[in-house]
Design a protein around this ligand. Sequence first.
Ligand code: FE2
Length: 318
Amino acid sequence: MSKSPHRKNSTVVHSLDRVVFTVPDLQEAVGYYSAFGLDVRHSAHQVDLHTHGHSQCWASILPGGSKKVLQYLVFAAFEEDMAEIQKRVEALPYSHGTPHPLGSAEGVWVVHPEGLFVQIIAAAKCSPKEKSPTPLIYKTPVGKGNAPTRSSIHQVKPSRLSHALLFSNKVPESVDFFTQVLGLRVTDRSDDFIVFMHGIHGSDHHMLAFVKSEGPGLHHLSWDVAQLEEVGLGMAQMLEAGYTKGWGVGRHVLGSNYFFYSRDPWGSYSEFSFDIDFVPADHDWAAGNYPQHDSFYLWGPAVPEEFVINYEATSAKL
Ligand SMILES: [Fe+2]
């Protein structure tokens, strides 16, 4: 196995390690994420989201409240960089040192200006080391149809978490926070409406992004699939499982990925994503600033009105 890239003299995080949120009913989470093709491991008190064949726990879901609430984010750094990170956090003007009530005491804790807790731990790099391989184009011999039959299709199973998009009422402050504390860099943006950030030890175009809203919240988690066909098959899989709302199939401009967003039981989304851009560890991406109409999507159906509602920060009804 190839070694994880580690940019020299850069004591910053390399991965979004885990997203932790609460929902009113864990069984709803088990049903939804199992249908989405994740490896859902659950007890009476917690649901952990893995991808099949991968040891990483990408998200943990705990019971509580009357709606879904993002609780905290965990980022991972190389062990040898943790002392520097701790020193940096202690020198910055953010509240730090107190774990989230639902979290462990491990690593370094710091609180974002909107109250979101962030934990930084020493752990293996789970963000990609390189661009996901382009799939081989399968071609049947002349005289046979190229499409598979419906009966030969298996469940789409994403391979890994790609990124999280957060709502924020303080987008510029969020960018400052994640730049100063974690060392993320802006990849591309549309002013302060939406900002995409990547890690500098090799990362998808964004491991974290923010979109302007009334307050904090989790808009979506994005999961990488192996080919465009799996984006379409993933859509069909969710529709057939009874999760009939969503957006796509389409293609983004910033990040370039093909997408289908499935709406979850709490009004946020899970994205099947294919072919997102990659920023290698030895590359300084020249951040772009795009007008809104050039920043969102290249093609796809009209965006549903509810797609941008932040159910965590508003009293909007599902
Ligand atoms: Fe996304």
